[in-house]
Design a protein. Structure first.
Length: 133
């Protein structure tokens, strides 16, 4: 099976969906933040390994504790995944912190700040030109 095949894409989506349900409903570890989301899953073509990209909203301490909690829960998640998803091999889960959501929020704030400054400058120029007339 090739990496970008339709079958591999379907497996990635199914594993992502099942893992998010398992993390939300099954895991009771207090270290795992409720604001944890699975951004993407990349299952290897041989179904032996899977990279799970996670995003955690919060400070660095919450991110680290969530990461540690998920790493310790990986064998349990793998066994539950084997029960729910019918695959020839159940992949070993490797969790990777993904900063893309946080990066996007920061970029959006920066863009809003810049556009607000531009609008304020334009309004100041318009007020100055009206007072001159």
């Amino acid at each position: 099976m090739r990496k970008n095949s339709i079958k591999n894409t379907r497996i990635n989506g199914e594993v992502q969906k099942e893992l998010s349900v398992l993390i939300r409903r099954e895991i009771k570890d207090p270290r795992i933040s409720p604001m944890t989301s699975i951004v993407a899953v990349e299952v290897a073509p041989d179904l032996k390994h899977a990279k799970v990209y996670i995003s955690v909203l919060g400070d660095e301490e919450k991110k680290q504790s969530t990461y540690e909690g998920l790493r310790s829960a990986a064998p349990y998640l793998r066994s539950q995944l084997a029960k729910t998803v019918n695959l020839r091999n159940t992949p070993e889960l490797t969790f990777i912190m993904d900063q893309s959501i946080e990066y996007g929020v920061n970029m959006s704030k920066l863009i809003d700040d810049v556009t607000k400054d531009i609008v304020d400058d334009v309004e100041d120029v318009e007020l100055d030109s009206e007072s001159d007339n």
